[in-house]
Design a protein around this ligand. Structure first.
Ligand code: AHR
Length: 499
């Protein structure tokens, strides 16, 4: 069996495990809103129509931030359609997803849901078909206390207190030719800078995200970031990154190594942002908002057969395998490893649409395979993220060449003394990992949970086909021990103060 070595020491500090790294995303797309978080008349729904079973799973998932209302949808959205008496709200075409938007769910329903879920809202403004004024109007409606037309309108709509929404995305994926109102980097950079300046005049407490590239493979990648940041650097707090990994696209070794691409993506964006900072003598370092990431079966034929112009059609309802859970676990390891530069991250999306939660209209809600690594990472990655720099074997992949077989990160909770080690064995063969935690004396392994890759999926009938397995925890001798990681597996090794 191959062996690897991991040394964990509190001196190797990366940064705090920001709770905002465990974000998710609710878009008006398919059945994410309608039939997902919101289904009036469902047996588990409250008087407003919020599904209690989905709320419960959202809380269990440990989601911290939820981005809303899109995605591609936001680039054609009129936020005012979704507020006020429901009977007066217009039905509109949503060109992004060729659907009909009823507007039965809007900002105020989302804010009630966010409070019930215990999550921080992250709003996106429409910079596709709209501009500075509409972004300011939405901000005034949401965050201004009262005494103006739009803030008083919110009060009349039942929200007496301002929402105080801190995180705002300045549009979505405007580098993409598929985007409604697609722009050049120059056009978007100017618009984003002016929108940011005006929004900060209204509410200086907001944190703003400029659109980075919608993928590292975009022909304009890096040049887009550089130009956009030339215009926006001093006005924004984050630059976004989006990345999806398609399990049907390529060899299994490459799929299992998807996080290698995310790692390089983050490094490239950091380098580009720091170049702009150096050029303009900015001392403040920009962070990344990785506000769309996931595994997505993009090339599945079902996605080509969309029923056009219906309301809440079942779109992008991917069923995730145990292998996908291993990949998602590794993507989370990668985000944590960049905790010094990634400040927000949102798995896309929350429910039904490429989501960790699935539902049936009028029926049950259940956890997909990818729910588990997310929930366990969100629960245990608390405290200081520690660099592990594993020394071990590498193996070949068609897409990325030779990749390290072992991907790890450790998080030390100074309050409880607990240490959580997240480890992915990307290789097909078992790996013996020599763990050295002498830098944190007095720890014992409390638990070893693992998910091994495979084709099993969770369904309404078999909701627990894929779940973490509890393995025998290895013994430590004076701070050293060996953990065996199965081939192609995601692992959580929890160490707590002994005795
Ligand atoms: O998450 C699904 C879609 O992927 C989003 O609407 C868009 O921003 C991205 O291309």
């Amino acid at each position: 069996m191959d062996t690897a070595r991991v040394v964990i020491d509190p001196a190797f500090r990366i940064g705090e495990a920001d709770r905002r790294l465990f974000g998710s995303f609710v878009e008006h797309l398919g059945r994410c809103v309608y039939g997902g978080v919101f289904e009036p008349g469902h047996p588990a729904a409250d008087a407003l129509g919020l599904r209690g079973d989905v709320l419960e799973l959202t809380r269990e998932l440990g989601v911290s931030v939820v981005r809303y209302p899109g995605g591609n949808f936001v680039s054609g959205y009129r936020w005012e359609d979704g507020v006020g008496p429901v009977g007066d709200r217009p039905r509109r075409l949503d060109p992004a997803w060729k659907s009909v938007e009823t507007n039965a769910f809007g900002l105020n329903e989302f804010m009630v849901w966010a409070r019930a879920a215990g999550v921080e809202p992250m709003m996106a403004v429409n910079l596709g078909t709209r501009g500075v004024q509409e972004a300011c109007d939405l901000l005034e409606y949401a965050n201004h206390p009262g005494g103006t037309h739009l803030s008083d309108l919110r009060r009349r709509h039942g929200a007496a207190e301002p929402y105080g929404i801190r995180l705002w995305c300045l549009g979505n994926e405007l580098d993409g030719p598929w985007q409604i109102g697609h722009k050049t980097a120059e056009e978007y950079g100017r618009l984003a800078a002016e929108t940011a300046r005006a929004m900060k005049m209204i509410d200086p407490g907001v944190s703003l995200v400029a659109c980075g590239s919608s993928g590292r493979g975009m022909p304009t990648f890096a040049a887009w970031e550089a130009t956009v940041l030339e215009h926006t650097y001093e006005h924004v707090d984050y630059i976004s990154a989006h990345s999806y990994y398609d399990p049907t696209d390529g060899d299994r070794a490459s799929i299992l190594a998807s996080a290698v691409d995310m790692d390089a993506f983050i490094a490239d964006v950091v380098a580009t942002a720091d170049h702009v900072a150096a050029k303009h003598r900015h001392t403040r370092r920009l962070k990344i908002s990785f506000d769309e990431w996931n595994v997505w079966y993009m090339s599945r034929p079902q996605d080509a057969e969309r029923p056009a112009w219906t309301s809440a059609p079942p779109l992008l309802e991917d069923e995730y395998t145990a292998t996908d859970a291993v990949v998602v676990g590794d993507l989370l390891v990668t985000l944590l490893r960049h905790a010094d530069r990634v400040g927000v991250a949102c798995q896309a999306q929350l429910v039904n649409v490429i989501g960790p939660i699935r539902t049936r209209d009028g029926g049950p809600a259940w956890r997909q395979s990818i729910f588990h690594p997310f929930a366990l990472t969100a629960r245990y990655a608390r405290g200081t993220v520690l660099r592990t720099e594993p020394a071990g074997p590498s193996h070949d992949t068609a897409r990325y060449g030779a990749v390290p077989s072992l991907s790890t990160v450790a998080v030390h909770d100074e309050e409880t003394g607990a240490l959580s080690v997240f480890a992915v064995n990307r290789a097909e063969t078992d790996l013996a990992v020599d763990l050295d935690v002498r830098g944190l004396p007095g720890l014992a392994v409390a638990e070893h949970l693992a998910i091994a890759a495979g084709d099993a999926v969770n369904t309404a009938g078999h909701p627990d086909a894929v779940a973490p397995r509890r393995l025998d925890p290895p013994a430590l001798d004076a701070g050293r021990g060996t953990v065996r990681l199965a081939g192609a597996s995601w692992n959580l090794i929890r160490l707590t103060p002994a005795g």
